[in-house]
Design a binder for this molecule. Structure first.
Ligand code: SF4
Length: 431
């Protein structure tokens, strides 16, 4: 559906609308039509006494049937409808093979640069001083460009979590920026301003910052450090081989624990590095509907769990992240099926932790995601502006999801630490 179709229909039934009022109604009509697979005339009939106020009230009640009566009206976010077809994601399956590889001068003799030259002989290689803008400004073309560099500043930091959310004391090393998967909810599509995949060649320098650093351990027995904030921890590991350095480093430091967080099955490096009790291989898990329809190019749930079993056999502990939990008709049965599949296949005593977090995103992401994935269903839920400025399901819907999933996980995996991710402390207390 095009923006002009929606706007011109609304103006045909309410011809005197100003810009802001048209914006709000267009947003509501579009979202209802998309979710209900119907036309604007099915949503806003040209009745005799139709006004902007009556139209908006009717549309809000239809768009937010669960929250309309209880949520403050300021929490309904109705941004301008701007569907940009040029941003649409290319979902054609393809291997990761960059067309252009930039190598920073300081990293040109690194092991990583040598591996990249061998892996992509047909790519065009360019040396860079690190100041030149690289890649295409279209996020969908980011994997065409690879940049190998030596990180100078951003080595180690506490997880920024979300403003005022209940933190879990996580720590991050940002080994890379960018991913080749296409998850419809991924924050990188709005956040990433480098139009390339960025991989650091100086992993030793990251690790050197860990000794002597002070860590928050939150409610866990030892501090946790992970590398999956701006990329998937293992998606490029066959190329980067970071696991070969990280695993022995942490094996020698049993007072800490390291987490690889992934949706991939790229575990060859982990298996080669041998296991370590304090290294946790973690998978994002979800209902099959989400893995199949909203996490493009990722292995399905069964493949992820098979990789987890292999990692456990090699001596790693396991982590799982039900994140994001998406609420849709029948979601509880689907998530229960995922828990059952985990229960049937995984070694229970190897599971260190399981996090749960319902879908949340920034306001800016909403507009980017709906242009990139116009057929998505994940944005059809009732998202409201929340305590930290992000969009979340209303409190009641989130609590219902957590009250269903958290006890189920605790009962199924009694030895695992089950916790909520990026949640309002009030929700954590109410659980
Ligand atoms: S795997 Fe993670 S980083 Fe990669 S696209 Fe999905 S959400 Fe983004």
């Amino acid at each position: 559906m095009h923006v002009y179709e929606v706007e011109s229909y609304i103006l045909s039934v309410l011809p005197k609308l100003g810009v802001n009022k048209l914006r709000e109604l267009a947003r509501l009509v579009y979202e209802i039509c998309k979710r209900e697979h119907c036309a604007p005339q099915d949503v806003l009939a040209p009745t005799k006494n139709l006004t902007f106020e009556s139209a908006k009230k009717t549309l809000l009640a239809r768009r937010y049937p669960v929250n309309f009566k209880t949520a403050e009206k300021s929490r309904f976010y109705l941004p301008k409808l701007e569907l940009d077809e040029t941003l649409k994601a290319d979902l054609t399956p393809r291997p990761f093979y960059p067309k252009t590889v930039y190598i920073e001068t300081s990293a040109k003799d690194s092991e990583l640069a040598a591996r990249v030259r061998a892996a992509f002989p047909k790519a065009e290689f360019k040396e860079t001083d690190g100041k030149t803008q690289v890649g295409s400004p279209n996020f969908s073309r980011r994997t065409e460009t690879l940049l190998i560099h030596n990180e100078k500043y951003d080595f180690l930091k506490p997880c920024p979590c979300s403003c005022s959310a209940a933190g879990c004391g996580y720590n991050l090393i940002n080994l890379g920026f960018g991913c080749r998967f296409e998850c419809e909810y991924c924050f990188l599509q709005q956040y990433q301003n480098l139009h390339a995949v960025l991989l650091p060649a100086n992993v030793d320098e990251f690790l050197a910052k860990i000794d002597g650093a002070k860590f928050n351990k939150g409610p866990f027995d030892r501090p946790r450090i992970g590398s999956g904030e701006f990329t998937d921890s293992l998606v490029f590991d066959d190329l980067t081989r970071y696991s070969q350095k990280i695993v022995p480093f942490f094996r020698a430091r049993p007072h800490l624990q390291f987490e690889f967080k992934t949706k991939s099955v790229n575990i060859g490096g982990l298996l080669e590095a041998g296991g370590a009790e304090n290294v946790v291989a973690s998978w994002s898990v979800n209902s099959s509907k989400i893995t199949n329809e909203a996490e493009h190019f990722t292995p399905d749930l069964t493949a992820r769990l098979a990789a987890a079993c292999e990692a456990a056999k090699a001596g790693y502990r396991l982590g799982f992240h039900f994140d994001p939990v998406v609420i849709y008709d029948g979601y509880q049965q689907d998530y229960a099926r995922t828990v059952q599949e985990m229960a049937d296949t995984l070694p229970h005593d190897k599971i260190a932790w399981i996090s749960v977090g319902t879908l949340r995103f920034s306001r800016a992401l909403k507009k980017v995601a709906e242009s990139r994935f116009p057929d998505n269903f994940i944005l059809d839920g009732e998202f409201l502006l929340d305590f930290d400025g992000k969009m979340r399901y209303g409190d009641g819907q989130r609590l219902e999801a957590y009250r269903f999933l958290v006890p189920l996980l605790q009962k199924t995996f009694p030895k695992a630490h089950v916790y909520l991710c990026m949640e309002d402390p009030q929700i954590v207390r109410a659980l």
